[in-house]
Design a protein around this ligand. Structure first.
Ligand code: FES
Length: 106
């Protein structure tokens, strides 16, 4: 990790049900934290690069996310577009010993 990186505790993991996402605001950026049904946690930009659809409300399947507005599909690990033409910004996220979601601040 970069020595100057700042980590921010967002919330306990259990505040996000499996298969759902929640939006947070960190350092002026809107970030969608997604909890997959298989227990993985991802953090990506909250606004879809197409027309700002709310990605925290998207359809989550494994490590893919489908935008609720026009169904562009993204890989949550890499941010790559699986359909559509713009990739997502991704953020480093982990769980701490207390089961809280910790994001490396942008
Ligand atoms: S706003 Fe996300 S696909 Fe259009």
């Amino acid at each position: 990790m970069n020595g100057s990186a700042v980590e921010v505790i967002l919330a306990p993991l259990e505040t996000i049900p499996p298969g759902e996402g929640r939006e947070f605001s960190v350092a002026g950026e809107r970030i969608a934290v997604i909890r997959s049904r298989t227990g993985q946690v991802f953090a990506v930009q909250a606004g879809c690069p197409h027309k700002s659809g709310p990605l925290a409300d998207g359809l989550i399947g494994g490590s893919t996310l489908i935008c609720p507005l026009h169904s562009w599909k993204f890989d949550l690990s890499s941010g790559e577009a699986l359909t559509g033409s713009c990739r997502l910004k991704t953020y480093a996220v982990r769980l701490d010993d207390a089961g809280r979601i910790v994001l490396t601040a942008p």
